[in-house]
Every structure is written in structure tokens, then in C-alpha cells.
Design a protein around this ligand. Structure first.
Ligand SMILES: NC(=O)c1ccc[n+]([C@@H]2O[C@H](COP(=O)([O-])OP(=O)(O)OC[C@H]3O[C@@H](n4cnc5c(N)ncnc54)[C@H](OP(=O)(O)O)[C@@H]3O)[C@@H](O)[C@H]2O)c1
Length: 325
């Protein structure tokens, strides 16, 4: 297969390109080349902020994989490529309902489509609508298409300061702040599993719209799996979500956050999408313990990675105040 990956240097798109090379395909990566490309790919230099891909993307391809978020970029790439099959990486953020567990395409309402490129720094809420705009551009392409909506993508190379916090934290001694209730859902997918599956979907011309998620677990099992992966037996201190919010702990990501944790009522469905349809389409996922082990090894190999979340001092202060009640 002649595969065009729009990207290839960073996290998920790199995993797609690596797997496609491993499977013996001719892989072209069109991107700026901000970091080294995987061995065995052809690099077409492309800066989508200033270049029309029509000037760069010569040749025909059997399949194209795009991960962009700006609708104009995806429209331009679709217009510039002759390919039998398009695979687009969207997000579960396209759904308007994050409260209902077991969600899947067709079961949850979707956000309104945004066709324009919005500055996400100023308007982060436009992300899901823009992803829908990108989805529509790909579905309008000639040939067949697959839209994949991942949940939280994790593993070595994840610089988003979410999952990466946990293997690092559980590897350190001392009481560990954990979000109660312990049976609230958690769901992650390793970028290497998702990338490998996307490469196979490109090859097999899988069509439709699928959520790409791992098994639904709960926080007790999740932290147990991470601890097993980094070979520790942590002293978990469970503090309820309402109390965490009162103590100023931020959910999900960023400074002062307890990464991956989401207030359970408002987001009961966000990390609990139905993994069944993607599994039926060939997605396989490794144990969370393996992802945790490899993520810790990656952090150790890359000094200076910001793992996100609470600092040691902030965590100790939250634990002290939570215990004072
Ligand atoms: N992270 C998550 O948990 C999550 C969850 C759901 C969905 N998603 C979606 O998954 C996708 C993958 O995200 P990722 O962070 O892993 O990205 P990625 O696939 O690692 O990298 C994005 C690629 O885009 C290229 N790129 C960036 N700016 C460019 C430009 N101006 N011109 C040409 N190429 C450019 C980069 O290459 P160069 O820098 O070399 O140009 C890079 O190879 C995204 O669509 C994201 O919305 C992510």
C-alpha cells in the first residue's frame, strides 16, 4: 500500500507511520519535520500554516491518514490528494453529552459543526466542533473513509501531562492522593495500539465512524494496574470529588490538577465509551500495566518531560487539609 500520513513526527501519527513501515508499506510523511521521522518513511516537507498541500502532495496514494484539527487544513488535504481511502483521527470530544456511559456514534448527540479554523488558545471549547468540521471534510472525499474518535490517548511520548503523571507518581514513595469514588470509570488507549490499528484500517479500507477506546475500568483497578506496571504498592488516600474541588484541585490536566480525574456526575460518560465496535473492527489493546511501565521508562529517558498535575508540595497540602476534617 502507498500510505500518506499527514504528520509522522510526534505521537499518534508517528505510531501509525511506524506500524505501516513494519507491515511493509510505502509510507510518505508530509509534515514540517519538527523532530526526526521514523526510519523507512519518505518525508515530504509541508507546513500547512503557509503551504497549499496541492503544491507538495504529488502522486497517488491508496490511503491517507490525517490527524489535524483545523477544518481548512483537512479540506485542503482532501482536495490535494488522490486516494482510494481516507482515515481521519477525530475525538470523543465531538459529543455533546459526556454524562452517559456506554456512548458510541449514533447513541450520543454531537456538537454543532464548525467549518472555520478557530484559535483554540482563545476558544478551547471550539475543539469538538472543529473536529466535526474535519470529519465532514473527510467524509465528503472521493473514495471511502473512516472516522475514528479516540478517547484519552496515552503511553510513551505523551507530553499532555495526563496519564504520564500516574506512573511517575506511583513510582515515588509516600501517600498518594487518589480521587474517590474508586469505582468511577477510567478508560485509556495506548497510542501504539491505536496507531497499529489505524494502519491496519487504512490497509483494509475499514469504513464508517468508530470510537477508539480501551476497556472501561475503574479508578481502583486503574491505579492498581499502574502500580503493578511500575512495581510499587502505593498507600492510596482516597478523597471525594466534591472535597477535591473544595480544596482547589483542578480536574483532568494542567497545573494544580489531579490528572485524568473528572468530576463524576458531569463526566460519567467521558471515560466510559463502548469499546465493542472498535474491537469488532480489529482493535486490540495492551494491559494498562504495560503502558505504565513503558511510560515510566520513556520519562526516565527524556529528562525534563513535564508530567503535569500537582507538585509534591501541593499534593502534600491537599492530603493534610483533607485529613484535617
Ligand atoms: N491526545 C489525546 O488524548 C487525544 C484524544 C482524542 C483525540 N486526539 C486527536 O489525536 C490526534 C493526534 O494527536 P497527537 O497529539 O498525537 O498528534 P501527532 O499525531 O503526534 O502529531 C501531529 C502531527 O502534525 C504535524 N503538524 C503539526 N503542525 C503542522 C504544520 N503546520 N504543517 C504540517 N504538519 C504539521 C506534526 O509534524 P511537524 O511538527 O513535524 O510538522 C505531527 O507529526 C489529534 O487529531 C488529536 O486531536 C488526541
Amino acid at each position: 500500500m502507498r500510505l500518506l500520513v499527514l504528520g509522522g513526527t510526534a505521537f499518534l501519527s508517528r505510531a501509525v507511520a511506524e506500524e505501516a513501515v513494519r507491515r511493509g508499506h510505502q509510507v510518505t510523511c508530509a509534515c514540517r519535520g519538527s523532530s526526526p521521522l521514523p526510519a523507512g518513511v519518505r518525508h515530504l516537507p509541508l507546513d500547512r500554516t503557509v503551504q497549499d498541500p496541492a503544491q507538495v502532495l504529488e502522486g497517488t496514494y491508496d490511503a491517507v491518514v490525517d490527524v489535524a484539527t483545523r477544518p481548512s487544513w483537512v479540506r485542503a488535504a482532501v482536495a490535494a490528494t488522490t486516494a482510494a481511502h481516507h482515515v481521519y483521527v477525530s475525538s470523543v470530544s465531538v459529543y455533546a453529552d459526556h454524562t452517559t456511559p456506554g456512548g458510541a456514534p449514533g447513541r450520543l448527540p454531537e456538537l454543532d459543526v464548525i467549518h472555520e479554523d478557530v484559535d483554540l488558545t482563545a476558544s478551547p471549547d471550539a475543539y469538538g466542533g472543529m473536529k466535526r468540521g474535519c470529519e465532514e471534510a473527510v467524509r465528503a472525499a472521493e473514495g471511502t473513509s473512516l472516522v475514528v474518535r479516540p478517547g484519552l490517548i496515552v503511553g510513551p511520548g505523551d507530553r499532555s501531562g495526563r496519564f504520564t503523571y500516574w506512573p511517575v507518581r506511583l513510582n515515588r514513595p509516600g501517600p498518594v492522593l487518589a480521587p474517590a469514588p474508586a469505582d468511577a470509570p477510567v478508560q485509556v488507549i495506548d497510542a501504539r495500539d491505536l496507531g497499529a490499528w489505524l494502519a491496519r484500517c487504512a490497509e483494509d479500507r475499514v469504513t464508517g465512524v468508530l470510537d477508539a477506546v480501551g476497556e472501561i475500568g475503574d479508578w481502583r483497578g486503574f491505579l492498581g494496574d499502574v502500580a503493578a506496571g511500575v512495581r510499587t504498592a502505593p498507600d492510596l488516600v482516597w478523597v471525594g470529588s466534591d472535597r477535591l474541588l473544595e480544596l482547589g484541585v483542578e480536574p483532568w490536566a494542567g497545573p494544580g490538577s489531579l490528572p485524568v480525574w473528572l468530576p463524576p456526575t458531569e463526566y460519567a460518560g467521558m471515560l466510559a465509551h463502548d469499546p465493542g465496535p472498535a474491537k469488532a473492527a480489529g482493535l486490540t489493546t495492551r494491559p494498562v500495566a504495560d503502558t505504565a511501565r513503558d511510560t515510566l521508562a520513556w520519562v526516565r529517558s527524556e529528562p525534563g518531560v513535564d508530567v503535569g498535575g500537582l507538585t509534591r508540595e501541593q499534593e502534600a497540602e491537599v492530603l493534610r487539609r483533607a485529613a484535617a476534617l
